[in-house]
Design a binder for this molecule. Sequence first.
Ligand code: ADP
Length: 640
Amino acid sequence: MSIADSVLTELLGQHPELRPHLYFKSSLTALSRAMEDLVLAGDEQPLVIATFQEERLYRQESHRYQRIASQSDRIYVLAVMDDKPPVTEYNLIPLKATDKLAQQWNLVVIGSQSAACLICQEREGDWVNTGLESSQRFDGIWTFDRHVALDAAEILLAKVAKQRPKLKKETQQILTELREPQFEALPTSADAFVQRLVTYLQAGQYKLIKAYRSIAAQENRERLVNLIASALRRSLKPDEILNIAVQEIGAAMQASRCLIYRYQSGETATKIAYEYVGQPGYSSLLGKLWNLDQHPLLSEIVETHTPSTMTAIDSLSPTTADLIAKYQISNILMVPVLSQDRLLGIVELHHCESTNYQWLPEEISLVEAVATHVGSALMQAEAYTHLEYLNEQMAVLDRIRGNLVAITGHELRTPLSTIQICLESLSSEPDMSLDMRQVMLNTALTDSERMRKLIQDFLTLSQLESGRFQWHPENLSLRECVDLAVSGMKNQRRDMPKRDKPQVIIDIDPDLPAVNLDGEWLVEVLSKLLDNAYKFTSHKGQITIQAVSHNIMLEVIVSDNGRGIEPNLLQVVFERFYQEEGALRRTTGGTGLGLAICQQAVLSWGGQIWAASDGKDQGSKFHFTIPLLPVPEKELQGIS
Ligand code: ADP
């Protein structure tokens, strides 16, 4: 305690038995208010002397002193004033900021029923800057001891008289009265004071708890927002970010369920891919369709782009209420995920138990803050998907370019030069015999037909490889498709004598399960395999088509007992333009793209294709699989 002539130092000089204690500013405020309230609640006219460190602090309490002044005319307030002091009904004595009282907190109340004093001074050199003014520290005493209070009043009244000499007489008169033995001997009851003090302390505590809660909420908010923001910076995988976001928001809000989903204008349902479930008891929506057209809050969000909450399920239409009840939802908070005012998605939180849960504004603003980052993640996702798509397209273009180089380099040049030679001979040799002319024309026509087929197959393969092929799946009977392919094959060779054609055997159980495929393509694959079998099997040979059901798929086998394939070529035959005898020596026709097309088609519908053969002249078997229709599930119902 370094203030040499403070009220406290003087008082302690007179009362060495007193032990000063440490007080925080918040405690002094509570004690002072309790003392002042006691005056206001009482019916006597006590002496009240108070000092204020700053004008600001005085202004906060001035109205209380106005009220106290209506009860007693013995009120003395000493306050540091920056401006002109206001006119008051009590004695307001302005102090300079340099006055020693500016570092003290003093309050003395002396009446006939009660007497109390609070005499403190700032603790110097012990300042802990916590940023909270209420943590400012003081040394001092407070007591109900009438003698001590009287001595403190004497010290303070002397200061009043010193500051304003014309009050000297008045203050001496008060002191004489107070010092009368019968007054000094009056008992003091502390009960009422203690009750008031407890109320103030509780109020102070409540304010502190509120402050700590808001600090904790702020901290929580910053932690969550930082976490999402740093996940966003770290990862290029939007899936990962959205998963983190949904889990963190759900847990931070202690929600029963949290969903994050994308939204596109006019969408009626969305598949839930990101979900947090608070307790195992609440049903999960993960992987299910969430019906947006029946959602009670969606239209509001779409229109206003601001968060929306719903608690009054009773006011919903019976259908919607039923849907909400199915997922035990008692309460919804929906926050839009925006990017430049474009609605990209939605963060949706559910409470499933407490029907009267009210979403606090800070909870809503926390979800909004996180939703902003989710918006960036979704934008990143969009850009990422776009980039991936562009990459795929680049790869497709590259493959097409590769095909094009190959086809123009080798495959098209050969028939084109043949056609050219034939046409040149026809035009330059008018004396050519008619038979020879016919041969020339036939050769040119055959090669131009080959070129047409080649270009057609090339385009088909390019389309399949680009993944942009339009499939039209339908429920089909395999047996019917095989019959179609076989009759097409026979039709093409109808001019050949029967004895020149290998025998075709169809060995397929008509009761096999239906397949869900694009029928044209199933027939196309079968036709190409049959065509090869025809081409590479002698007229005495045999072609068999079989099918075996393997529970989740059908395996189709086209086998022949023709020229066979060397084991080391069983995979090579699927490569583009592969032909065993090479394009120039080819006797069987064909483009060398048939098996490559089959492979692309089968892979596209999720099947496999492979060749088997024991080698030269041992026949060949081409197998391919078709996934069977999944057992119809009664899921994906969303909230309907
Ligand atoms: P192509 O138009 O030449 O038939 P494919 O891609 O259909 O082109 O077949 C590629 C090559 O695979 C054929 O040229 C042939 O060498 C071989 N191949 C295909 N099917 C059979 C088969 N059933 N028996 C023997 N070899 C075959």
